[in-house]
Design a protein around this ligand. Structure first.
Ligand code: NOJ
Length: 756
């Protein structure tokens, strides 16, 4: 009783503290805003980039110094390095009238200067604690170098691998995506923005950006509310619930209105329904781009955005140049400008910038934290956990260090493509090529040949090489290169071909209508196959690829995504078995582009096809199966995990009872290894059509060789809830299938009944 009282008093005290902190912030911001002119308030809504980083639109801000001095800038991005950030902050503090500090943002997407695997790769670890740690490590490094705002996490559900930005997210599933979104926010913000090693998160791109028609970047999105609420919105909401202090609007339209000017989205849903209290920033010139969407001229679209609830205008300066006029003409209100300005000042207050504008500019921290040895080690660990073993016939992997290895392929001795897309602060020169990694590992007989260009198409290479040479076309002919590789293969015990996409073949504005490995490389691996030597493919990519020939002909396939700075070391760790691969796909791999969208959690049709063979008048294709080549959740290990029978605590439940589902998992292999045990539920009857399968839980379990463990999940009615056609979030009584297994396809299933 006494302990309860103490707890109660503690809770009251904490609530009081929270309140008084809010009151203090309000008093401070009120006081500051009283001193501000209209121009200075509008100035706070302006986010600029002076260039230097990578511009992701046609425009780069001009005359930035004067604008800062005139109080016309609220924040900057694309300024990299503690000293440069300090300089820019000094401008605001010494030359602007009210000395309001600037926000400093950047695309800290998968690591900062120490580059981790691309986010899609990280998501394949299904290791939430590790993903949180990846954001924490990135925050520690980025804040030591002056930054206080990360344009991350990107949580757009993506089911179309033609879309290049699938690389930046966590794949196709709302449940896994939500867990990762929240973990990233926790990692960046660590529950206290005022610390000098925490970054303000910015969840993006709100909303539905991953559902662009045809997988073409920036394209139209059209989606029912039921689908939005059940399948696409959950990760954004999870990030908001985890406390993300900012959110970025997306480029696409929603219900015909661009997200950046969409009041339903930015105010009704985000603020009123979800209770978001932070600031909303546009994407790069997305206010201005509403002109091309046909929403009016710059003044009109800027007013539309402010009316919708958008606080900060990235790069386009529509707010800066038109809001005053719109206020005079009654197109926006003073309150709207004040509210937006307040939210930006509040973010600065929470970051502690008013206490110390140079809080993040400590040269000693930069010297010890940036590119430090612990971060490099983290990059290596994260990479090994993100690889997915797609095939391993006759246990060709792991390799023996005593084997003679023919290491071939355009990505085998390459630094420039290891970091992957959106590594704006990474340095490709620091990347470890696979050849070096394998040598570091102590392999003594390694024969190398490039074997092929990533692509032989010079025009294509030009499009890819916008940020530097990624596709390097050799002076030798394709045949000469293949001949050299074949000669090397003939002298080796095993062939390891490192092939795939250049880093800029995925990412922003890098959509592809074919998602196969380029022909030059296919010709190489076909020639290698003809040598009869065991063929191991290490495939790097920013997206799922169509891998029919590869999957039928290679002996082993390790899919590594773009692994980041420690690529070579991490790949060697896994190839030689120092680390047992444990990644599972967070996105399905289609057999061909015509099948897209392919995702495991789709609805049934009224004429479902029972299997993969063609059936007339069933929902299927004449020329390809319905199933993906590799399903969501799929990934092998050097161990073999055996699942015992699925046990349920009850098959008939009522109300808020709790169901326990468990299996015994045994490692039957010769290596210690981790398995991601996955729980899915199918709701068999509903007031709306329900998906064939939905992920509802997973556990990553480490088992020594020969070890067994019981893995249990508790299921409550909370796990059965969905948004119905009235958008009410609830569960409906009836029959369900509870499923457990190693991926979304290979599952045991038991039917239960759950009544209210
Ligand atoms: C455009 C991208 O869509 C967004 O993700 C990024 O944060 C901004 N550019 C800023 O670089």
């Amino acid at each position: 009783m006494k302990r309860l009282m103490t707890l109660w008093l503690l809770l009251i005290a904490m609530a009081g503290y929270g309140q008084s902190a809010d009151v203090k912030m309000k008093t401070y911001v009120d006081g500051l805003m009283k001193k501000m002119t209209l121009e200075e308030k509008i100035g706070q809504l302006n986010l600029l980039t002076p260039g230097g980083g990578i511009a992701t639109g046609a425009v780069v801000s001009s005359d930035v110094e004067n604008k800062i001095a005139n109080g016309q800038v609220g924040g900057l991005f694309g300024v990299i390095g503690e000293a440069k950030i300090r300089q820019a902050q000094e401008l605001a503090i010494s030359r602007s009238r009210l000395k309001i500090p600037l926000l400093f943002g950047s695309d800290v997407i998968h690591g900062y200067k120490t580059t981790f695997p691309i986010p899609l790769g990280l998501s394949c670890s299904w290791d939430i604690e590790m993903i949180e740690r990846s954001a924490r490590v990135a925050a520690t490094e980025a804040t030591a170098d002056g930054l206080n705002w990360a344009f991350s996490p990107m949580v757009d559900i993506a089911r179309d691998p033609r879309w290049g930005r699938i690389a930046e997210g966590a794949g196709e599933d709302p449940y896994l995506g939500s867990k990762i979104a929240a973990a990233m926010v926790r990692g960046y913000q660590n529950g206290d923005l005022s610390k000098d090693n925490t970054l303000m998160a910015c969840v993006k791109h709100f909303a539905l950006y991953g559902a662009a028609d045809g997988g073409r970047d920036y394209n139209t999105v059209d989606m029912s509310r039921v689908k939005m609420y059940n399948e696409y919105l959950p990760p954004y909401k999870a990030a908001v619930d985890a406390g993300s202090a900012s959110i970025m609007s997306s480029f696409n339209v929603i219900d015909g209105i661009p997200a950046t000017g969409n009041k339903w989205l930015l105010t009704d849903l985000l603020r009123k329904e979800w209770g978001f209290k932070g600031m909303v920033v546009s994407d790069y010139t997305s206010v201005n781009e509403m002109i091309d969407h046909g929403m009016g001229d710059l003044q009109q679209v800027s007013a539309l955005a402010l009316n919708a609830g958008l606080d900060m205008d990235m790069v386009g300066e529509g707010y800066l140049t038109t809001l005053k006029k719109s206020l005079k003409e009654g197109k926006v209100t003073q309150k709207q400008i004040d509210d937006a300005c307040r939210r930006i000042l509040e973010a600065k207050y929470k970051l502690g910038l008013f206490d110390d504008p140079y809080r993040y500019c400590k040269s000693d921290r930069a010297a010890t934290e940036v590119l430090s040895a612990d971060k490099k080690a983290a990059a290596r660990e994260f990479a090994t956990k993100s690889f997915v073993l797609l095939k391993n016939n006759n246990q060709v992997l792991p390799l023996k260090k005593t084997n003679s290895i023919a290491l071939v392929g355009p990505l085998a001795d390459n630094k420039s493509n290891m970091l992957g897309t959106w590594a704006v602060s990474g340095n490709a020169d620091l990347a470890i090529p696979v050849l070096q990694g394998i040598k570091n590992e102590g392999a003594t007989q390694v024969l190398y040949a490039k074997g092929a260009n990533i692509s032989d198409d010079t025009l294509y290479a030009k499009k890819i090489n916008v940020f530097g040479t990624r596709i390097d076309i050799d002076k030798r002919s394709a045949q000469e290169m293949i001949d050299e590789a074949v000669a090397v293969a003939n002298r080796a015990d095993v062939v390891v071909a490192v092939i795939g996409e250049a880093s800029e073949m995925s990412g922003e504005s890098s959509s592809r209508s074919r998602i196969d490995i380029p022909e030059s490389q296919i010709n190489l691996i076909k020639a290698l196959k003809r040598t009869g030597k065991p063929l191991v493919l290490v495939i790097m990519s920013g997206r799922p690829l169509t891998l029919n020939w590869e999957s039928a002909n290679a002996d082993a396939i390790l899919f590594t995504w773009h692994p980041g700075q420690e690529a070579g070391n991490a790949i060697a760790d896994v190839l030689f078995g120092d680390v047992n691969p444990s990644g599972k796909l967070s996105t399905s791999f289609p057999r061909n582009v015509g099948q897209i969208p392919v995702h495991y959690n789709h609805l049934n049709t009224g004429r479902p096809n029972p299997g993969d063979a063609f059936n007339k008048f069933r929902s299927n294709y004449l020329d390809v199966e319905n199933s993906p080549l590799y399903p969501f959740g799929y990934g092998l290990s050097y161990s073999r995990f055996e699942y015992g029978p699925l046990q349920l605590s009850s098959a008939a439940l009522k109300g808020n009872q709790v169901l326990t589902a468990s299996v015994q998992l045994t490692n039957k292999g010769a290596y210690a290894g981790e398995e991601v045990v996955q729980l899915y539920i199918r709701d068999l009857v509903g007031s709306i059509a329900r998906p064939l399968n939905e992920l509802k839980g997973f556990k990553k379990v480490l088992l020594k060789a020969g070890e067994s463990k019981t893995v249990s999940f508790t299921i409550t009615p909370e796990d059965l809830k969905f948004y119905n056609s009235a958008l009410r979030y609830d569960w409906e009584p009836g029959d369900f299938e509870i499923r457990i297994g190693t991926n979304s396809r290979d599952l045991q299933s038991v039917k239960i009944n759950w009544v209210k």
